[in-house]
Design a protein around this ligand. Structure first.
Ligand SMILES: [Zn+2]
Length: 466
């Protein structure tokens, strides 16, 4: 059936690129690995790029992402995100959008160029050091590339006349590129100069409702990190140059982390070392023993109070139209850092392991090597591919056919493990037996099964993304 269609369409529709490349079948479009941009030729040639140069630290996620053709370095601390990474980022953004919107968050998109005048008004133009990217336009107006947007959003809300009772609490957020002129960018997407951040700003009329909003956002953060299946800790933190009354950080514990955390073994208390007295060994809550661990900061929440709303006169109105200075909060998640940090903590030395929810593709189906005894199984692998996307609709855009039949199965299995597909299906010798058997590898559990055609479909139908 598939063969037939192929020869027809070559004759009838030679002008359609997809047909000429055989990636349209009767059942729909096949996603062919040979067509995906994942520069692998660099794996060996540029292996030196992934080695640590003297005095230049590198990280597991950086090495693996470069090696697997997911990112390419452009300038210090800046990377090209290649197709697999963009797919994973889009999934992560969908997850974050859902959680932010479930608590009433409304998505906006503020300019990257942020006027110096606003930053002078809050006093941060001088307070922020060299990490702020500053620039000047042709009219000698100064700007910065926004690393955070408290000034911009508070000015926006204030200049629009404040917030009505019915709009409260107001939760505005964005997921955009942010900039920080790091002295020494390193560890790939973990500490770059240009990165994606989700930043939310909240406006409440009172202390009590602002605390409730703060708790809601923290709960949403917990949902996000749980959905990714990564171990995380929430710690009390310093408010730093953002300011405010209360702050928490979310960390993924990892040796490469740059923050030192103290976690109580006996109660829930945990804090960033910066917050505690030097050499504190006992928990300030229960006097239990504090244990030190390192963490990669992936989220930060601040209860700001009126620090910015006071400066920019952002006002909330109650039902009697009485004005109150808005109680604000701001909440960040380093989105690209979270992606890299999850790889950092889940991956093995040579293989990427994705949180299932954000794996760029779920399934890689590997066809046999051309010229090998199994080569007639190439047709079988195409048919199996079509059956999978037919019978398991959610895998339609999630299944890749590794059609590079000029490579051995072994080499492609190794590459598939490195890329981190949660499920790898191999069409090999056993596919030619009666009945056909296919090898199904679950990357995250190391399980290998041999299934019949029906067995493969049944297995994939029962797959839950975790
Ligand atoms: Zn304790």
């Amino acid at each position: 059936m598939v063969m037939l269609l192929r020869s027809c369409c070559r004759v009838l529709l030679p002008h359609i690129v997809t047909c000429r490349n055989h990636h349209v079948s009767a059942k729909g479009k096949r996603c062919l690995l040979s067509r995906l941009y994942q520069p692998r030729s660099l794996w060996e040639v540029k292996a030196s790029e992934t080695e640590a140069k003297p005095n230049e630290p590198t990280s597991k996620s950086q090495k693996l992402m470069i090696k697997a053709g997911l990112i390419r370095p452009s300038s210090p601390g800046c990377f090209h995100y290649l197709p697999f990474t963009v797919r994973a980022m889009e999934k992560l953004i969908r997850l974050i959008d859902k959680e932010m919107q479930d608590i009433g968050g409304q998505k906006i998109d503020m300019p990257t160029l942020s006027s110096a005048a606003l930053w002078r008004q809050s006093g941060r133009w001088d307070l922020m050091g060299k990490e702020l990217f500053r620039l000047m336009d042709r009219h000698n107006q100064e700007y910065c590339l926004g690393p955070t947007h408290e000034e911009a959003v508070t000015h926006l809300v204030a200049s629009e006349g404040g917030i009505n009772n019915k709009e409260l609490p107001l939760l505005l957020y964005q997921i955009t590129r942010k900039f920080r002129d790091e002295q020494r960018p390193c560890f790939g997407l973990l500490r770059g100069r240009e990165f994606y951040m989700k930043d939310m700003y909240t406006f409440d009329i009172s202390d009590e409702s602002a605390y409730e909003t703060y708790r809601n956002v923290c709960d949403a953060y917990t949902n996000i990190f749980r959905a990714l299946g990564v171990r995380f800790v929430k710690v009390q933190a310093d408010t730093g140059n953002i300011g405010g009354k209360m702050s928490h950080e979310f960390h993924l514990p990892a040796n490469i982390g740059e923050d030192r955390l103290l976690v109580c073994g006996s109660c829930d208390f945990s804090a960033n070392v910066e917050l505690l007295q030097h050499n504190e060994k006992n928990c300030p809550v229960c006097t239990g023993q504090l244990k030190e661990t390192k963490g990669i900061e992936i989220g930060h929440t601040f209860y700001l109070g009126t620090k910015y709303s006071h400066v920019f006169k952002a006002t909330c109105y109650d039902s009697q139209k009485t004005p109150f200075i808005a109680e604000m909060g701001c909440y960040g998640i380093g989105v690209s850092r979270l992606l890299a940090a999850s790889l950092e903590v889940l991956s093995k030395e040579d293989d990427i392991h994705w949180p299932g929810l954000i794996a760029p593709y779920q399934v890689c189906l590997i066809s046999p090597k051309k010229g090998s005894k199994e080569s007639e199984a190439i047709t079988i692998s195409e048919t199996l591919y079509d059956e999978i996307i037919q019978s398991v609709p959610w895998l339609r855009d999630e299944t890749v056919l590794d059609d590079r039949s000029y490579l051995t199965i072994g080499k492609r299995v190794k590459e598939a493990h490195m890329t981190g597909y949660p499920y790898i299906i191999v069409v090999g010798k056993k596919a030619l037996e009666t009945p056909s058997l296919f090898e199904v590898r679950s990357h995250n559990t190391d399980e290998v099964h041999f299934f019949s055609r029906e067995g493969v479909i049944d297995f994939l139908q029962r797959v839950k993304v975790i």
